[in-house]
Design a protein around this ligand. Sequence first.
Ligand code: SF4
Length: 402
Amino acid sequence: MMPPLSVYLHIPFCERKCIYCDFYSIENLALREDFVDLLLAEIDLKLRSNPALEGRALQTIFFGGGTPSLLTPQELERIIGKLQQYFSIAADCEFTLECNPGTVSLDKLKAYRSLGVNRLSFGVQSFDARELEFLGRIHDAKQAKEAIALARQAGFDNVSLDLIFALPDQEESVLRRTLDEAIKLETDHISAYNLIVERGTPLYRLVQLGKVIELDADRAAALFDIVQDRLSEAGFAQYEISNYAKSSEKRAKHNLVYWDGHKDYVSFGPSAHEFIDGVRAWNISSLEEYSKMIRAGKLPIINSERLTPEDRRTEILYLQLRSTGIRLKDFESDFSEDLLKNQDVQWFMEDGMLVSEEGLLKLTQKGYRFCDGIVTRLLREREHTPTEIVLPLLQRQYGAAA
Ligand code: SF4
């Protein structure tokens, strides 16, 4: 039987760029219609170049961006129709669409639902007017609340929202108010990302010019503790550094595929990354170049790499540890290494940062706070640093879009 597959589609448009965002997107919405044609052509090209993908059952579909909720239902229907031409969609497929609260209406959400979308992820980021303005969001707190109410009205029973914390000068009281507002909305899932100042963003330039001062690491860690504690009190279980779910059914299955490190996912659209049969590949991050390549009948892949065993070990450590835990038996059989005998692992366990439970080596609540340091320590011992393969993947997977 053919193994299941996940699919990621990158919709590279935003009404306005947020100052912190380094995901690929452009503000020229007039190019959207042409883009849908190109995306369909890319799907045809990829399936022609890799016919073994055809017929596989999609276990998750994820429309990310950019702002996928800028797609009209008709455009979305065309894309889904093209996917159905090549793939079957599993009966329990998780079908997520990222939404910007400033771009939805009840009619649009109902239409998305009728097309099979069954999970919405809203980029809310904050409920504080000053923070929303600083971040450059196109919506206010009221619109965010209304959008989530509309999602429920449209029949969605799996709704997530994204928050960003550790903004420059963020007061604990402001973060607590945002968390309280988020909790009141009774979503099924919350992602809470620590603001990262990414190179090349307007925020990065403001920091370089000294106009914005980044929050120091200790204060950011204290805010992370508040996020963990408050969401846990409200019944959200943390299952990844930045992700919390009301129940295990409401965990983001698509992201769990990424974090598993073994499962295949195919992707389409500018800047999208995929992993198929041990090969990581990524598309060009320019709609213009993407368009030229597709029109010339070429796949818009800018680079690809077959992972070495050492790269695989790095990925598994990064990805599994930061989410549901490293499967110890699999790790031993893949890399001939019993992690429980590793001295650093033993030290982190004694210090209450790692725990071995049900065959998994997992981060504790305290360990999540030090995840990057723990992984770096485990990699340093082998004198192997993360390659360019892992870092863009992590960026793509752990930021907050839309
Ligand atoms: S955060 Fe979302 S809405 Fe803002 S620029 Fe990035 S992708 Fe667009």
